[in-house]
Design a protein around this ligand. Structure first.
Ligand SMILES: [Zn+2]
Length: 66
């Protein structure tokens, strides 16, 4: 079970056609809005679907680096 927050950077299992696997969360509601960090495309995905797609949440790691 994942806890999603706006601004989280997620690494998904599937690669986007642009070659990136990283997405940033921009909306949380009934579904989750994510933005591809490779091509800036915004999509919405059901939370249950997204949970299956997530390989890693990089947010904590990024915060430590900053
Ligand atoms: Zn993309």
């Amino acid at each position: 079970m994942y806890r999603f927050e706006i601004g989280d950077i997620l690494v998904l299992r599937k690669q986007h056609p642009c070659g990136s696997k990283k997405w940033e969360i921009w909306k949380i509601g009934m579904d989750i809005g994510i933005r591809c960090l490779g091509c800036d495309r915004k999509i919405r995905i059901l939370r249950t679907k997204l949970e299956k797609q997530v390989k890693m949440n990089q947010t904590e790691e990024n915060e430590r680096k900053v």
